[in-house]
Design a protein around this ligand. Structure first.
Ligand code: PFF
Length: 459
């Protein structure tokens, strides 16, 4: 598969990176943790983390990727200043392992999403009450075969995009799907916001309630900021290596961060007013999307005639499939690109993609089975799924992020960073000192606090 390496335009680059950032984290996770930890109060803290720490990390990864044009392990290796520092390549390896594990979990939830989209198309949830819908979810997510079939379908689509290459696959698909995602989301927001009784949903989401904002909530805000911006596992190093050389890295990062945050807020608006309007429990947690929302959509169906609620249900799950797809693409690309670089020069994209997809399918299938038939196999009293989920949410991303900021802030030559951020001195970067301060002190401190508290709480 020969094509010039990298994205062909700034718009394509931003679409692909926003595609990576906008995913299940925005539409499935952000709304429920925002509601859980005090609505507007959580939002304020989240915004600070996203714009200061999350964005500093994104710029860090972009600098490492674009400066070296390489994937994480090799990017770390190329930026060290003495042979002793080559050990830093293990930080890149940690990122690669983290993105592999995250992708395996992500595929399980994406498989559920694809199944729910297919079910909504044939009206499978019509007429079911909330108990029946919860039972349905429990039965489906713990069954052996069906979730794996849908993981395979989703993975096949993801793999096909990766086979298309960076420009003709990732960039082209992102440029089409991201605008579609925004349109679908706006349609759902308008429907949700205009339902009678919707205002209670807005209050839940936006009215600051500082009594709900616990220390746990503050930690959740930082964890969510990292996950949502796709930083902390080297994926943005890979995308950074594809960025056009004359892109202004600060501007690109601001675009991605603003789009990602707006979409998370819009997802909250699409969900909570409708949940309140239909009298459902907003604190559905992780099951909100699969157990609460189908009931909400059912309640919009008229007694006879066109099942309009079910049509909105299909739109919602299509939106979620698209969001998950563009994120999964970036996670898979990180693996495939590493494989290509490892085999230096030989174009092995097709073979790598197939091998990695098969490995991913096997791991995701095992994780899926650990929710059901293999539930007896536990690690520290947790199912394999819950164990990997804990690794991915508490330990690995903050640890990888910490490595990246310490590396850029304390190991890499400052002049090289300045040169990269200013596009070889062609743009002014009056914010450079502030950025360095964030990367050297603020971000490491925040990440150490998150990491230590996470570890202590989980013991
Ligand atoms: N940012 C994605 C989301 O919010 O769902 C998840 C994600 C994608 C995390 C890619 C990390 C990553 F490298």
């Amino acid at each position: 598969m020969s094509e010039s390496k990298g994205f062909s335009s700034s718009f394509g680059a931003i679409a692909a990176a926003v595609g990576s950032a906008v995913g299940l984290g925005n539409i499935w996770r952000f709304p429920y943790i925002c509601g859980q930890y005090g609505g507007g109060a959580f939002l304020l803290v989240y915004l600070c983390f996203v714009f200061f720490i999350g964005m500093a990390l994104m710029i860090t990864e972009f600098v490492m990727g674009r400066r070296t044009g390489r994937t994480p392990i090799f990017a770390y290796e190329s930026l060290v200043q003495s042979p002793k520092q080559r050990l830093w390549r293990y930080a890149g390896l940690l990122g690669l392992v983290t993105s592999f594990l995250i992708l395996a979990l992500y595929l399980v939830i994406s498989g559920w999403t694809t199944n729910y989209f297919a079910e909504s198309l044939v009206g499978a949830h019509i007429g079911l009450d909330s108990v029946a819908i919860s039972d349905h979810f429990d039965f489906f997510s713990t069954s052996a075969l069906r979730p794996i079939v849908f993981i395979a379908v989703f993975l096949l689509i993801t793999g096909a995009v990766i086979l298309g290459g960076v420009q003709k696959g990732i960039e082209r698909v992102s440029k089409i799907l991201m605008p579609v995602l925004v349109v679908l989301l706006v349609v759902l927001c308008v429907r949700s916001a205009t339902l009678p009784g919707a205002s209670a949903g807005f209050a839940y989401l936006f009215k600051p309630d500082f009594t709900q904002l616990t220390g746990q909530g503050v930690l959740a805000a930082l964890g969510q900021a990292l996950f949502s911006l796709s930083v902390g596992m080297g994926v943005m190093i890979v995308y950074g290596s594809y960025l056009p050389k004359d892109d202004n890295l600060l501007k690109t990062s601001i675009w991605i961060t603003v789009c990602d945050t707006l979409i998370a807020i819009l997802a909250g608006i699409a969900i909570f007013p409708a949940v309140f309007a239909s009298g459902q429990d907003p604190a559905g947690g992780p099951g909100l999307v699969f157990m609460t929302l189908p009931v909400v959509f059912n309640s919009m169906n008229p007694a006879d005639g066109l099942p309009i609620g079910t049509i909105f249900e299909s739109i919602f799950f299509l939106l979620l499939v698209i969001a998950a797809l563009t994120s999964a693409i970036s996670l898979l690309e990180a693996q495939v690109a590493w494989g290509e670089e490892y085999k230096k020069g030989k174009s092995q994209r097709t073979r790598n993609t197939i091998v990695i997809c098969l490995l991913m399918l096997a791991l995701s299938a095992i994780l899926s089975l650990s929710n059901g038939v293999c539930g007896n196999f536990t690690i520290g009293g947790k199912s394999l799924f819950a164990f990997v989920d804990q690794l991915n949410s508490i330990y690995l991303p903050p640890l990888c992020s910490l490595c990246a900021v310490i590396f850029l802030g304390w190991v890499v030559d400052k002049e090289a960073i300045r040169d990269e951020l200013s596009n070889h001195g062609t743009i002014a970067i009056p914010w450079f000192k502030g950025f360095l301060f964030l990367v050297r002190f603020v971000a490491p401190l925040a990440l150490i606090i998150v990491l230590v508290t996470g570890i202590v709480n989980s013991l």
